[in-house]
Design a protein around this ligand. Structure first.
Ligand SMILES: Nc1ncnc2c1ncn2[C@@H]1O[C@H](COP(=O)(O)OP(=O)(O)O)[C@@H](O)[C@H]1O
Length: 262
């Protein structure tokens, strides 16, 4: 019960090494990027134990490697590459625990969380042309066309906060064409995380999930019950939290075969 498979595939791109002049002076121990996500950090919804270790040893140019080895011989010469910001794509079926893991990853690594659905809802709220078009598709539960989504996601990824702090992209890509579009733009993640949860567990989570309309907090009748009767009385079920929403095959929603439907 409760097995949460975490398929983690590294899509590390061969990135250009920054020039020596751009290296700030930082302690030698910072010469690698190392990070981890442990189940002990997680909420009850993700009960299975898993551990994600990210260790990105950055390649340094020969000149800097020589300086570092000189440092170990003759004392502290401290000039080390600042690691490039981490770029992650996370994917998983509804109720796979994506929201929970996104919160934890975002908090731990200081990444900018970019959710395609949130970007679309912001366009709708701002009543832009794209927002008006997107709304028609979203209301029918269909994927919004690529010409809207791809540009929107690209522009968000290229904004200074995401470039400086790194990003965690969620809800994109949802089709092969969206993945290819990102690749064509030269935007590649360091990691692709797929939360691969069995259908039985997804169904159990979806049908037991409840929303507190007052606070926006998500509960689960079995795994994360409301704190008191007053909250319990006002909990509602999202209209799309039904068994039918759960994909028949695990991973189906990760990258949709058909770009036309969610
Ligand atoms: N990458 C995307 N491409 C096309 N449409 C998208 C994409 N991401 C989100 N959408 C649209 O926004 C809606 C809400 O998405 P989201 O907030 O991720 O919720 P959910 O996980 O319930 O689908 C989707 O049903 C779809 O219509």
């Amino acid at each position: 019960m409760g097995s949460l498979g975490l398929a983690l595939s590294s899509m590390a791109a061969a990135r250009p090494t920054p020039s020596l002049a751009s290296f700030p002076s930082v302690p030698l121990s910072n010469n690698k990027y190392s990070a981890s996500l442990h189940s002990s950090d997680s909420l009850e919804t993700s009960r299975a134990s898993f551990c994600l270790e990210i260790s990105c040893h950055r390649r340094l140019p020969a000149e800097l490697r020589w300086k570092m080895s000189a440092a170990t011989r003759s004392g502290p010469v401290v000039a080390v590459a600042k690691p490039e910001p981490l770029k992650i794509i996370i994917s998983g079926a509804p109720a796979s625990g994506k929201g929970t893991q996104c919160e934890l990853i975002k908090k731990k690594y200081g990444l900018v969380h970019i959710a395609a659905g949130d970007l679309l809802r912001a366009e709708i709220a701002a009543a832009t042309e794209n927002g008006k078009r997107a709304k028609e598709y979203m209301e029918k539960g269909m994927l919004v066309p690529d010409e809207i989504v791809v540009t929107m996601v690209k522009e968000r990824l290229l904004q200074p906060d995401a470039q400086e702090n790194g990003w965690l992209l969620d809800g994109y890509p949802r089709s092969l064409s969206q993945a290819t579009a990102l690749e064509d733009l030269g935007i590649r993640p360091d990691l692709f995380i797929l939360l691969d949860v069995s259908e039985g567990i997804l169904i159990e989570r979806v049908v037991g999930r409840r929303l507190d309309p007052l606070t926006g907090k998500i509960y689960h009748l079995k795994y994360s019950p409301p704190e008191n009767d007053e909250i319990a009385a006002r909990l509602i079920q999202r209209f799309d939290d039904t068994e039918e929403k759960v994909p028949l095959m695990p991973g189906k929603v990760a990258i949709e075969d058909s770009p036309s439907e969610c």
